[in-house]
Ligand binder design. Structure first.
Ligand code: NAD
Ligand code: UD1
Length: 338
């Protein structure tokens, strides 16, 4: 009995694999390493003292999936594999739809053939678009995504809902992540962005360590408490435990479920800088520039459904997120490249 984790070598995947191994689950990973390296999983094995099976393959490769389902008694799938850069998705829409949507379709098809019943999908708060309702709850309208990445998540959620309707024996869960940050407290695994980071916290830590010179704050004139964008930052270890809670919940409730995974608290860009400076003792050089196209003013979660149904709540606070991100950055200035 094993859990198949697609994209398990990536940022959220590696932390979730660690949590699964720690509690004694057997884990099989499929990852094409397009945005990750084997090193993350080697470190997960070293941290846990457990081993896992890694297939360096693409989820679009049916034969590879068939082999995995033949070789292992898979009971559950956690589907992280996907491309995730918003800006790149605007430049390369076909690649994004092919990888994210087709990859999910092929995986689902092979999963059905293999008789696997439980599926957890990495969705995103981006499916809510620019909602007028804050905090966002699962009943809020979805849609209005502004880029192919976000639209691919919305399309996959729709596909999953249809597949669940046609196959009521399945248990499909969409987890809508808010803004994942932080790293394992050991500093051995963490987020390793390619090139210049697009997301806020990796940019801040790279300015702090001297790899980048100045953070551009995208907009100081939003209708928020200090004019900068407000988001719901969640520690990646809390996200990992959210997946475990969703796995444990699988036999209860409807065949198709969706849950927000956030803290329920919104922090501005300036809040984040202040918290980071406090945790690191380093002052971050920044300037306020134009808004970034496609950004929304504020977004945070109502995560009470996950609390009620999954018995899950994010417990790590902002200072812990900052401390662990900084620890990872300091110990791995070049990410997984030694
Ligand atoms: P990541 O890029 O670190 O991890 C994704 C992993 O999938 C990588 O290891 C990559 O090599 C692999 N992969 C990509 N396409 C593949 C394919 N076709 N076949 C096999 N492997 C493939 O990203 P992450 O931050 O860990 O995100 C994991 C999932 O969560 C993604 O689906 C992402 O869209 C979603 N998500 C992420 C965030 C975030 O801010 N990090 C927010 C919301 C949702
Ligand atoms: C982005 C994606 C979203 C994705 C999420 C998590 C966009 C438009 N949205 O969300 O689809 O689900 O990442 O991966 O890209 N900021 C700066 N300077 C920077 C970087 C960011 O001021 O250099 C600000 C942003 O304007 C925003 C906040 O920091 O207010 C967070 O930005 P970011 O980390 O990119 O996440 P989101 O925009 O929330």
């Amino acid at each position: 009995m094993a859990i198949l984790v697609t994209g398990g070598a990536g940022y959220i995947g590696s932390h979730t694999v660690l949590a699964l191994l720690e509690r004694g689950d057997d884990v099989v990973v499929i990852d094409n390493l397009s945005n990750s390296s084997r090193e993350s999983l080697s470190r997960v094995e070293a941290l846990t003292g457990k081993t896992l099976t890694l297939y360096v393959e693409d989820v679009l490769n049916r034969d590879a999936l068939k082999t995995i389902f033949e070789q292992h008694k898979i009971t559950d799938i956690i589907h992280f594999a996907g491309l995730k850069s918003v800006g790149e998705s605007v430049q390369k829409p076909i690649e994004y739809y092919e990888n994210n949507v087709n990859g999910s379709l092929i995986l689902l098809d092979e999963m059905l053939s293999a008789g696997v019943k439980n599926f957890i999908f990495s969705s995103s708060a981006t499916v809510y678009g620019n909602s007028e309702i804050i905090p966002l709850h699962e009943g809020c309208k979805v849609g209005g995504t502004t880029n192919p990445y976000g639209t691919s998540k919305l399309m996959i959620e729709q596909i999953l809902s249809d597949v669940a309707l046609a196959n009521p024996e399945l248990r499909i869960t969409c987890l809508r992540y808010f803004n994942p940050v932080g790293a394992h407290p050991s500093g051995k695994i963490g987020e390793d962005p390619n090139g210049v980071p697009c997301n806020l916290l990796p940019y801040i830590t790279q300015v702090a360590i001297g790899k980048l010179t100045c953070l551009s704050i995208y907009g100081g004139d939003y209708p928020t408490k200090d004019g900068t964008g407000v988001r719901d930052y969640i520690h990646v270890m809390d996200l990992a435990s959210g997946h475990l809670a969703a796995l444990d919940h699988k036999d209860k409730g409807a065949s198709f479920k969706k849950f927000n995974l956030g803290t329920g608290v919104g922090y501005s860009v300036l809040d984040l800088i202040a918290a980071f400076e406090n945790a690191s003792g380093i002052s971050v050089n920044y300037k306020i520039v134009e808004r970034r196209p496609g950004d929304i003013a504020e977004c945070w979660s109502d995560s009470s459904l996950a609390a009620q149904e999954l018995g899950w709540k994010a417990t790590r606070k902002l200072d812990e997120m900052m401390r662990d991100s900084w620890n990872w950055q300091q110990k791995n200035p070049n990410g997984y490249l030694e």
